[in-house]
Design a binder for this molecule. Sequence first.
Ligand SMILES: Cc1ncc(COP(=O)(O)O)c(C=O)c1O
Length: 408
Amino acid sequence: MIDFDVEFVRSQFPAFSDPSLQGFMHFENAGGSYACGQVIDRLDRYYRQTKLQPYYDFAPSRTAGEQMSEAQSRMAEWLNVGRDEVHFGPSTTQNTYVIAQALRAYLEPGDELIVTNQDHEANIGAWRRLEAEGMVVREWQVDPSSGELDPAGLEALLGERTRVVAFTHCSNIVGSVNPVRALTDRIHAAGALAFVDGVAYCPHGLPDLGALGADLYTFSLYKVFGPHLGVMYLGEALNRALPAQGHFFNANHAGKRFTPAGPDHAQVAAVNGVIDYFAAVLAHHAPDTPGEERSARIHQLFSDREQALLKPLLQFLDQHPRVRLVGRNTVEGRAPTVSFTVPGTPSHDLASRLGRRNIGVGVGNCYAYRLMQALDIDPEDGVIRTSLVHYTRENEVSQLIEALDQLI
Ligand SMILES: Cc1ncc(COP(=O)(O)O)c(C=O)c1O
């Protein structure tokens, strides 16, 4: 195990040295992480030097276009997929919505889609709307006590007319990592497409999408230390098969078929900053890592760190007699996103009291509304969600535990 240099990592984030944020403890990373300096510098540079229409044949425009193309190629490399399979849109919700629009003409009445009740609504609602077109939607339900999905539940729903299964790589509430490769294999064997929401997984290391086998994989860079953009991997074959959703004259342009609005140019250029950051972390911790192992090494580095941070918090919550912990009580196979309720105490009250102590946590249903219902938690009050990432400090975790101990 490589020694993790948290001071180096924090030095890459301007937020940690900004006077306005001194003393504040950020435990709502699942909602939005801090942006690394590399991203902020890229945005600044774009706005100062190349804030004009990209891809024309004059110098600043060429430079703008080069930065955008470079971002796409580098992101594709890190995800281990083709360059034209990576699309940038305004958000995951919107990217998903566009693909759902395309499915209206691709599917036929009576075709079946399977959605879960574990997902964020972004990966449920857009597909459910297809019921209005005559498609049939089935629900793969979580275990109401653990909040976890059992693959046997999917098995019972797969049938001859199943065309799409949409599920999450990792729930933004429960935290458990679902076995994506095993699931995509099973879904493909049933002749269906696998659509995976990776939003809650990717802040903990970008996946090897080549190995995961999803047909559609989405995530949001504002939770991965970057700009407010959604990344969508759409396999080349599916891209060709679905009807284009952009302007008619762009129908043969793979990159424009499913991003009808066009992305924010400066933010696309700033995606380079996320990759620059990962590269800097690797250069500092494991400089000899071969190119093809970069994503896996970063993932391991983050995961070892996050599990060590998570352990005491999970233990505290699990053992507290007044706390109802959501999800498993072990760090293995779990992202460091931990949700809980304190029966008898409104989650919003507790979150506000933590806020007054300069501790920021998430609260509410976090748009996993159906999951709240499945867990028999009032969706309006929801859970307290504490989410950390690799830059969180040990002493922040102990201060969070101490504050919770006093307040609960
Ligand atoms: C698991 C999960 N999926 C999807 C989304 C939606 O992402 P976006 O805000 O980019 O639409 C979120 C946002 O919080 C999320 O946590």
